[in-house]
Design a protein around this ligand. Structure first.
Ligand code: IDP
Ligand code: MG
Length: 184
């Protein structure tokens, strides 16, 4: 079995596929991974389950999870691109202030799909139907973090998980969730 690791951000996924010869494994794709953080405000507001449920219902595959208080060091790396922004210090204080649920989910195209499901950064601007649009009115306290590119995902997953903490396994219902071949 192939053991994916966060350094790659991708993993080979095989699914069973019906053919005239019956059910047989078919190489599907190199699935993408993203870091999703259920932020301290979501934990404090008892929203972790509802947020995870949305990603599960969409069909994303959970491959890692850790309930932890983000350290100053992790936070400064996670938000390094915002170092010069006026909200940077308060953002670091917030994300390190109480526990978060740090997760990795996997699916082809997950980075864009998850960002759409999260909604715009500010809760008061996010569309209804998105996580932030439904549960947040705030700028900083917007419940959830999701990687914004495969390069960020690769770096961010490494910040929180050792290679052996990201679990590669087969979803029994993969053939109902994902395309067997692109464009079919
Ligand atoms: P994103 O989380 O939608 O990717 P970013 O622009 O990367 O948004 O900002 C990172 C985080 O910093 C946001 O999720 C939010 O918690 C916080 N943040 C962004 N802009 C502001 C602001 O103008 N005021 C206060 N907090 C902000
Ligand atoms: Mg961002």
């Amino acid at each position: 079995m192939y053991h994916g690791h966060p350094g790659r951000g991708i993993t080979r996924q095989d699914v069973a596929c019906r053919s005239t010869a019956g059910w047989k494994p078919v190489a599907l794709s190199m699935a993408e991974r993203t870091l999703i953080i259920i932020k301290p405000d979501a934990i404090q507001r008892h929203l972790a389950g509802r947020i995870i449920e949305r990603f599960e219902r969409k069909g994303f595959k959970l491959v890692a999870a850790k309930f932890t208080q983000v350290s100053k060091e992790q936070a400064s790396q996670l938000y390094a691109v915002h170092r010069d922004k006026p909200f940077y210090e308060d953002l670091l204080k917030f994300i390190t202030s109480a526990p978060s649920l740090v997760t990795v989910f996997e699916a082809d195209g997950i980075i864009d799909m998850a960002r759409k499901m999260m909604g715009a950064t500010f809760g008061y601007e996010a569309e209804p139907g998105t996580i932030r649009g439904d549960f947040s009115c705030s700028q900083r306290h917007n419940l959830v973090h999701g990687s914004d590119s495969s390069e960020s995902a690769e770096k961010e997953i490494k910040l929180f998980f050792r290679p052996d903490e990201v679990v590669d396994y087969k979803l029994a219902n993969a053939q109902w969730l994902y395309p067997v071949r692109k464009n079919t």
